[in-house]
Write a protein that binds this ligand. Structure first.
Ligand code: 5GP
Length: 200
């Protein structure tokens, strides 16, 4: 066996997945970016979705943006590890091929996903997942952050808040809960948890 083959077989035996879920507005995106910057053996798992790209977002970087018909066809073709209608009429899903792409790079996928999606991936890959729930200090802080972000209409704001209230109830199912009351402390806690899981 050639050396390169030996390396990739080792990597295949060492597949792991980091899953980070949080209510919208809990600061998850910032924490995910910090984690990716600190650890070059992690790669962001790019989800597919049917929402409109926000300013600056790119297909193949932030998401794979598809129209609804294409997404539904991909569901029928069994392309997803999981998919959810996260918000009314908007589909989001984790592609099987995306996880394989990242493992083939000898890296660990970092999945940023909604709470129910996180538990679906965990149920499929139970032995190789670390599930982390990021919690905002309070619903009021969450509301302020979402308003400050300026991406929501009054209706989508309320939709995101009511989803966050439901999601909080499921937090105890995760391996770790990190409260994002202080960005530095939350980043440190996240790094420590991920490092110890990858070193297991
Ligand atoms: P946003 O529209 O703000 O980018 O994302 C909305 C929510 O969808 C976030 O909680 C995000 O984590 C979640 N999400 C992103 N990708 C996926 C995915 O592949 N599957 C599921 N179930 N949720 C996702």
């Amino acid at each position: 066996m050639r050396y390169s083959q030996a390396i990739s077989l080792t990597a295949l035996n060492n597949k792991k997945i980091i899953i980070i879920a949080a209510p919208s507005g809990s600061g998850k995106t910032t924490l995910v970016k910090r984690l990716l910057a600190a650890k070059d053996n992690l790669a962001f798992s790019i989800s597919a979705c049917t929402r409109t790209p926000r300013q600056g977002e790119l297909h193949g970087k932030d998401y794979y943006f598809y129209d609804k018909d294409t997404f539904v066809r991909m569901i029928e073709e069994d392309a997803f590890v999981e998919w959810e209608m996260v918000y009314a009429g908007k589909y989001y899903g984790t592609l099987k091929e995306e996880l394989e792409r990242i493992w083939a790079l000898d890296k660990y996928p970092l999945i940023d996903i909604d709470v129910m999606g996180a538990l679906s991936v965990r149920d499929k890959y139970r032995d190789i997942c670390l599930t982390i729930f990021i919690e905002a200090p309070s619903i009021e802080v969450l509301r302020e952050r979402l308003i400050a972000r300026g991406t929501e209409t009054p209706q989508t704001l309320e939709e995101r808040i009511s989803k966050a209230v439901d999601e909080l109830k499921v937090a105890p199912e995760f391996d770790k809960i990190i409260i994002n009351d202080d960005l530095e402390r939350a980043t440190e806690a996240l790094l420590q948890n991920v490092e110890s899981f990858l070193n297991e």
